[in-house]
Ligand binder design. Sequence first.
Ligand SMILES: *Cc1c(COP(=O)(O)O)cnc(C)c1O
Length: 417
Amino acid sequence: MPALSRSACVALDASDPIRHLRDEFALPEGIVYLDGNSLGARPRAAAARAAQVVEVEWGRGLIRSWNDAGWWELSVRLGDKLAPLIGAGPGEVVVTDNISVNLYKLLSVALAVQAERDPARRVVVSERRNFPTDLYIVEGLLRQLGGGYALRLVDSPDEIAEAVGADTAVLLLTQVNYRTGELLDMPSLTALAHERGALAIWDLAHSAGAVPVDVRGADADFALGCTYKFLNAGPGAPAFAWVPARFQDRPQPLSGWWGHAAPFAMEPAFRGAPGIRRFLTGTQPIVSLALVECGLDPFLRTDMATLRAKSLALTDLFIQLVEERCAGHPLTLVTPREHARRGSQVSLEHPEGYAVMRALVERGVIGDYREPRILRFGFTPLYLGFADTWDAVEALRDVLEARAWDAPRFRERAAVT
Ligand SMILES: *Cc1c(COP(=O)(O)O)cnc(C)c1O
C-alpha cells in the first residue's frame, strides 16, 4: 500500500459499501471506538427496545408477556437468528447464561461422551494463553470429577499436535486469542482432534461477528461465545452455546426447570426437553436478552465476507500507519500479519503500555490494555471507518511524541483495564 493521507482515508470511507451501517450505532461525538472486541457499541435501536420491554411488555403485559411477548421462546429464537453467523443450523444454538457457565455445561457433556467411548481419555488440552475463565472452569470441573482428570496446557499453537494423544478427551480452543488477536485454523485443528479420538470445543468469543465462522463446515463438536463483544448486545448480555443434534439428547449437569420437557408440569424428577432447549437452566434475563436482537439485526443488512474484507482493510491500514507514522517508538506488532492468522484486532506491545492507553483514552481513542504491556485495538467494521483509523494513529503518535503518557495519573490502575 502506498503512503496514505487523511484525505485518502476519507475517500476510502466514501466508497465503502457498508459505510451507512455506522448510522445504526449511537457513538458519542469525538470518540474513535476501538474496544468493540471487549464491549460492542450501542445499536441505536437498543434504547427503544429496552423501553418497550420495560414499559410495555413488563409494565402493561405483566406476567402475560411470557406468552404474549415471546419471552418464553426468546433464547431459542435468538439462537436461530445468531446461528448463520457461525455456520450453525436452526435449532442448534441457544442464547443464555455466560461463557463460563455454558462451558461448564458443554465440557461436561463432552467428557461424558468420551467416558462412554473410552474411559482412559481424561485429559483436556488447551492453551496456557487462553482466556483465563475457560481454564478456571476446566480446573473446577475436573476437580469435581476427580479420578485422574487433568488439564494439559500448551505454550503455543505449534505444540497442540504433540499434546493431543490417546489420553485426550477434549481439545478446547479459542479461535481468536483475546490478547494477541491470532486466529487459529478451526477446520484443521478440529480434524487433528478427531484423528486422535478427541472432541473439539471452540470458544468463539472474539470470532462471532468478527470473522466468518463455519462450525458445521469445520465439523466442530461444540462451540460457545458471548454476544457483548463483536455482536454489540450490551454489557453482560447473555452468551450463546452451539450443540449439534448428535449431542442434544445428552444430559447436561445444570439441569434446571427451563431445560425440562414440561416445565409447568412441575414434576419432581428431571426429564430433559428435546432439542437445544435442554441446555437452558433457569429463568432468563429478559431485558438484557431482548437487546441481543438489536445487536444481531445490523448483520442482516450485510454478510460476514463483506465485514471480513473491511476488517482486514482496516487492520492492514492501522498496521501500515503505525509503522509509518510512529516509527522510532518502541512499539512491537503482536498480531500476526498474515490475514489467515489475524482476527479483527491489532495488538501492539509498548514498555509503558498501560499509561499509553490511558493517555489515548483521555484523547478519545478508546482501546484497552492487557497484561503484559499490550495495547489492544479492536476493529468493528460495522461502525468503524478508515478516517477513524487514521485519527487513532495520529492520536497515538501525538501521545508518543509528546510523552503524554508520562504522567502519574496514567499509572494508577483502574479495576477494569
Ligand atoms: C470474553 C471472553 C470470555 C468471557 O466469559 P464470560 O463467562 O462470558 O464472562 C470467555 N472466554 C473468552 C475467550 C473470552 O474472550
